[in-house]
Design a protein around this ligand. Structure first.
Ligand SMILES: Cc1cc2nc3c(=O)[nH]c(=O)nc-3n(C[C@H](O)[C@H](O)[C@H](O)COP(=O)(O)OP(=O)(O)OC[C@H]3O[C@@H](n4cnc5c(N)ncnc54)[C@H](O)[C@@H]3O)c2cc1C
Ligand code: FES
Length: 261
């Protein structure tokens, strides 16, 4: 697939809703980016009203609504930028650049296992939507600290042809413990040809190790602190077997086999 031109859009916030402690869904009206975006790509958002107006924040796109021309981001409040983002209201404007980066690329016809920890559920949802349209379906494993933090669960549950497993650290829903265990069970079942994983780096590392041990191709979506988001500043480098790559334009999705952990 040819690369899609990166767009800049001044967008309007449609809603910004708290889903659980420190977790929010923000919908913005961004018809051009929503239309162009492929599963796994991200946007660079200028958060209005921030003192550092220059630095944008990168977010994966959770889902799009082509008819409404909107895109949705699932974000976690971790610092000043996301804290400020959580205070914004419908009607406020913000500038987005996107789509940025590459997209998930499962082999055609592969039986796919997707593993998302925490807000790592976000960049996998559009991939799951695409795979759910195929008759062979998809298996999704979601993990979070608590049942309340599994904020994407209902959307995943609504997908057709999708097997869903969940794990919570406190045992309040699904498997009690880390989602690495249901991921391992699924890999051991021998029913999958491809694994995609996103979430905290230790989770990514463990699951991609399990996939590699089983001889399965695995893709990982990595996060790095980003400044320019266009490949110019080298603030987002990922060490790979082919040398340093830029997470923003060479990723954020990498083959697990190429990453030097
Ligand atoms: C490609 C990509 C996709 C992302 N998708 C999402 C998403 O869908 N939902 C979501 O909640 N977050 C996502 N992030 C992370 C998000 O960009 C950061 O949490 C955000 O920029 C933090 O801004 P802040 O000003 O609130 O925090 P800061 O005050 O800048 O930092 C607070 C803490 O967050 C860490 N942090 C900051 N930026 C990043 C980053 N880029 N990656 C990892 N850790 C960071 C810092 O090390 C620090 O510990 C993504 C990051 C990348 C690179
Ligand atoms: S953020 Fe500048 S090169 Fe990636």
């Amino acid at each position: 697939m040819g690369s899609v031109k990166r767009l800049e859009e001044t967008t309007q916030i449609v809603s910004n809703i708290k889903a659980a402690e420190n977790l929010y869904f923000i919908d913005v009206h961004s018809p051009q980016i929503a239309q162009a975006l492929r599963p796994g790509q991200f946007i660079h958002m200028q958060i209005p009203g921030m003192p550092d107006k220059i630095l944008r924040r990168p977010f994966s796109v959770y889902k799009t609504d082509a008819e409404a021309g909107t895109l949705c981001v699932l974000y976690q409040v971790v610092g000043a930028g996301t804290e400020h983002l959580s205070t914004l209201n419908a009607g406020e404007r913000c500038s987005l650049i996107g789509p940025i980066g590459n997209a998930w690329a499962p082999p055609a016809g592969a039986r796919c296992l997707l593993v998302g920890g925490g807000v790592g559920a976000a960049p996998l949802f559009m991939l799951a939507q695409e795979l759910a349209q195929a008759a062979h379906g998809v298996h999704v494993v979601l993990g979070a600290q608590t049942k309340d933090a599994l904020v994407a669960l209902a959307d995943y549950e609504a997908l057709p042809h999708t097997t869903l497993s969940a794990a919570t650290d406190d045992g309040s829903f699904g498997y009690a413990g880390f989602c690495t265990q249901p991921a391992q069970d699924a890999i051991d079942s021998g029913e999958y040809d491809y694994v995609a994983v996103c979430g905290p780096e230790p989770l990514i590392k463990i699951v991609s190790g399990l996939a590699q041990d089983a001889g399965l191709p695995c893709e990982v979506s990595l996060e790095r602190r980003m400044a320019c988001g266009i490949g110019a500043c080298l603030s987002c480098v990922v060490d790979t077997v082919e040398g340093k790559k830029r997470c923003c334009v060479d990723g954020p999705i990498f083959k697990a086999s190429e990453v030097v952990w």
